[in-house]
Design a protein around this ligand. Structure first.
Ligand SMILES: C[S@@+](CC[C@H](N)C(=O)[O-])C[C@H]1O[C@@H](n2cnc3c(N)ncnc32)[C@H](O)[C@@H]1O
Length: 196
């Protein structure tokens, strides 16, 4: 049963990436801001980064161009192929692991930076913190309930949306450097937090 669910998820994402008519490799504006405000001031020379559910690698490739050593984990082989092609085109290397995050252990104190954009898997929260080195940064952005009720064209399963203040409360053990929820164009929450 669980294997079927995993296979559905993989096929579903592969189909979406195959059907995508215009692939976007633009980094999310929040990453650009977080980079200027928190990431570069903390890690001027780059470091090691983990991009959780990193898709076609838009953030991983951008970071690799800034000399970061980046690992992407994503379930989709199609995203993997597109990411590899784009990385080659741009002359950078990224490590791309085609894995299901529901059975993935990112390890302990391996990364200076952990990114999560538009992916929510609550049982992974502790592993995100564990994967950070002391002083490392977690940068997280995804949809809130607000998005589901006001903006979403297709409503996915309720478990894919953050509750009010969820990221803030979940990562309070870290030093929260930035937290914001927006309700205008999209309902999203953004967090930057540092492991002590
Ligand atoms: C909305 S996309 C976000 C992609 C990327 N973070 C970005 O912002 O461009 C969600 C991603 O989660 C991946 N994904 C979904 N379920 C997954 C799972 N169980 N394990 C690993 N990746 C998964 C999909 O393949 C997809 O690339």
């Amino acid at each position: 049963m669980r294997d079927n669910v995993q296979e559905d998820e993989r096929q579903n994402w592969n189909r979406r990436y195959q059907e995508e008519s215009h692939d976007t490799f633009e980094p999310d504006p929040f990453l650009l801001n977080a980079y200027d405000d928190f990431i570069r001031p903390t890690f001027a020379k780059g470091g090691t980064a983990l991009d959780i559910a990193g898709g076609m690698g838009r953030h991983a490739i951008w970071l690799a161009e800034l000399r970061w050593k980046v690992t992407v984990v994503d379930i989709s082989e199609v995203a993997f192929e597109k990411a590899q092609r784009k990385a080659e085109e741009r002359g950078v290397k990224i490590d791309f692991l085609v894995r299901d995050l529901r059975s993935f252990d990112p390890g302990e104190e391996k990364y200076d930076l952990v990114l999560v954009f538009f992916y929510l898997q609550r049982d992974l929260y502790p592993a995100l913190v564990k994967a950070l080195k002391p002083g490392g940064l977690l940068v997280y952005k995804t949809y809130t309930e607000e998005h589901k009720t006001k903006h979403a064209k297709t409503v996915r399963h309720p478990e894919y949306y953050l509750q009010e203040n969820e990221l803030l409360h979940t990562f309070l053990r870290l030093r929260v450097l930035h937290y914001r929820e927006t309700v205008e164009e999209k309902g999203v929450a953004e967090l930057v937090a540092q492991k002590r």
